[in-house]
Design a protein around this ligand. Structure first.
Ligand code: FAD
Length: 517
């Protein structure tokens, strides 16, 4: 039998819990799993970690955790479950780092596949014009970075945080400040190896089993488990100029961002964030950034204000420092930020890319990493971003003390066509991320309930004003809501589900489909 811990769930979020309606008793399932011939192993004890994730709000205990050593371990496990047909309600969820927010990598009473155990023969590098690396689906992006750099190469498109797995981010999209130029990570992968919901191992790409390939990219784990991925690489820089400037007017800020993502020879990274009512902001930056005009910067007051910080970066190698500085000067001269708020720093490429890990270590030290994370990620069409900003920043949200709020535009043309990911209809849309941490047991403004209410107010406003937004890292409780999310892509998504995972065994934690028993 299995248990569920809903300590962190508010009454509004209580889930419909699947009942154990299987005809096959769990002891039979248990012993068949135990009898599987595996190169790795399957454990039925000490599996509590598989009922946890970064969101720290949903906790579903599985029956077992598979630690695969090979692709065939995953394939035989799924084949066994598939063979039980609908006489058992057992499901299978791949778990990357478990950095999901609402139990997406969990499987209540099912098998969780610990993807980090999957060791393929080392990473395989192809250098030359079409450079790439073949990696395990359970590989962490930070490891890929370090290995690639040994060959002077690096992936082109990133997430802000690199201690995530390839399979986990490719199942969503993988976006960061490089996406305006290169598209998300799903636009920078040449080939996948996937184990489908029937246990079949399939290689797929643009021209081989392409329907499965597009389905799996942004597919929320619904069509197969990614066991291997071929990631596009480019020559890596060694250094980064990292720049921040402030605005007090959202429309000027966003106009500059849109200018930068549409310019040739622009920065290599463009993001931005909102700062509401922060005391001593500019002072706190001084440990990492140097102000261009220290005197004026020190006179700048951030308290009581709604400010928008443009964050950009330019990659370079020391030998062309001069040219890069010239290029940056030119770009900055086109922008309309508050002149006294130009801050610059120079760091190594690794330091820049792994920046969120530094924040993680600090938060861990203070015991602030393993708290509930009621995050909300939205994709907002360009023509509605100004309406959104006017109502949300400074009105619905009156401070930004609970975590960063990112705001940056990307070009839709760089998003590979035909994948499962759903984006707004416009050529440019904004990624807006409310990355809140909730203080455990607080019933105040920094408590879970309050933050969830705020998130709901934001979502309700988007809906009532018909902003045409889409959720990124989407989460819904009802299939009708999923249908609305997918819109005209729903039929294709559903069709792919019945083709590649007809019994709805995979990634049940997304709660899009329920296994029929
Ligand atoms: P998991 O949470 O383990 O899995 C996510 C989903 O994918 C689950 O449904 C799971 O079943 C499925 N899955 C996992 N592995 C596989 C596989 N091999 N094959 C098929 N399905 C699989 N995202 C961005 O795009 N940009 C960011 O900048 C960004 N920053 C983040 C910063 C932090 C601190 C955190 C915690 C998350 C961030 N994310 C970001 C979100 C991140 O992309 C998701 O959490 C994603 O799920 C990756 O995490 P994971 O590898 O732990 O996957």
């Amino acid at each position: 039998s299995f248990t569920m811990n809903k300590n962190h769930l508010s009454s509004k979020q209580t889930l419909a819990i699947p009942t154990l309606s299987s005809q096959l008793g769990s002891s039979i399932v248990h012993s068949s799993l135990k009898d599987l011939k595996l190169e790795g192993n399957i454990s039925f004890d000490n599996i509590d970690h598989a009922a946890k994730d970064f969101g720290n709000r949903y906790h579903f205990l599985p029956l077992a955790v598979l630690h695969p050593k090979s692709v065939s371990d995953i394939s035989s496990t799924i084949k066994l479950v598939f063979g039980m047909g609908s006489s058992s309600d057992i499901t299978v969820a791949a778990r990357g780092r478990g950095h999901s927010l609402q139990g997406q990598a969990q499987a209540i009473g099912g098998v969780v596949v610990n993807m980090e155990s999957l060791w393929l023969p080392e990473m395989y590098f192809q250098t030359g014009k079409m450079a790439y690396v073949d990696v395990s689906g359970g590989e962490l992006w930070i490891n890929i970075l370090h290995e690639s750099l040994k060959r002077g190469l690096a992936p082109k498109s990133w997430t802000d945080y690199l201690h995530l797995t390839v399979g986990g981010t490719l199942s969503n999209a993988g976006v960061s400040g490089q996406a305006f130029r290169h598209g998300p990570q799903i636009s920078n992968v040449y080939q996948l190896e996937v184990v489908t919901g029937t246990g079949e191992v399939v290689t797929c790409s643009d021209d081989q089993n392409s329907d499965l390939f597009y389905g799996v990219l942004g597919g929320l784990g619904q069509f197969g488990i990614i066991t291997r991925a071929r990631i596009a690489l480019e020559p890596a820089p060694t250094m980064v100029k990292w720049i921040r400037v402030l605005y007090s007017d959202f429309n000027i800020f966003s106009k500059d961002q849109e200018f930068l993502i549409s310019s040739q020879n622009s920065f290599d990274y463009v993001e931005g964030f909102v700062i509401i009512n922060r005391t001593g902001l500019v002072n706190s930056w001084r440990s990492s950034y140097i102000p261009k005009d220290p005197v004026k910067a020190s006179q700048f007051k951030s308290e009581g204000k709604v400010l928008f910080c443009l964050e950009v970066a330019k990659y370079f190698n020391p030998e062309n420092n001069g040219n890069v500085n010239q290029n940056i000067e030119t770009l900055l001269s086109e922008l309309n930020y508050i002149p006294s708020t130009l801050f610059q720093s120079e760091v190594s490429y690794v330091q820049f890319l792994d920046r969120v890990h530094v924040a993680e270590m600090k938060q861990r030290e203070k015991g602030l990493w393993d708290v509930p994370h009621p995050w909300l990620n939205l994709l907002i069409p360009k023509n509605k971003i100004s309406d959104f900003a006017a109502v949300v920043f400074g009105n619905i949200l009156t401070d930004t003390s609970k975590g960063p709020i990112l705001v940056y535009p990307v070009n839709k043309s760089k998003w590979r066509n035909g994948t499962s990911v759903v984006t707004p209809e416009e050529d440019i849309f904004y990624v807006v991320s409310f990355l809140s941490s909730a203080m455990p047991h607080s019933t105040g403004k920094d408590g879970l309930e309050h933050i969830l209410n705020q998130n709901n107010r934001i979502l309700k406003f988007c809906e009532s004003s018909q902003l045409g937004i889409k959720q990124y890292l989407p989460h819904f409780n009802m299939q009708d809501e999923w249908k609305a999310h997918f819109g005209k892509q729903w039929e294709v998504f559903k069709g792919r589900k019945s083709t590649y995972d007809p019994l709805a065994i995979l990634a049940p934690g997304q709660r899009i489909f329920r296994k029929a028993v």
